[in-house]
Design a protein around this ligand. Sequence first.
Ligand SMILES: [Zn+2]
Length: 83
Amino acid sequence: MVLRLLQFLLILAVVRAVWRLGRGVLEGAGYRRVDGPTRVGVKLQRDPVCGTYVSPTKAPALRIGGETLYFCSDSCRREWERR
Ligand SMILES: [Zn+2]
């Protein structure tokens, strides 16, 4: 009887270990799928003057306080400064 109980506990432990391993693999794959695009892709910024979405790596920028605004061109930046 005691031996059977130990056997049962051993099987339970193995099943739990396998279950945890399977979940870990699934979560690992999920993480990569969710995290990948945000890490690789650059978030586009909206030009507040004309509404064009621009890449912050190339766009002319203007720092106001703690915020950085991005513009599609220097003429849009000048337009914003004129306001
Ligand atoms: Zn613009």
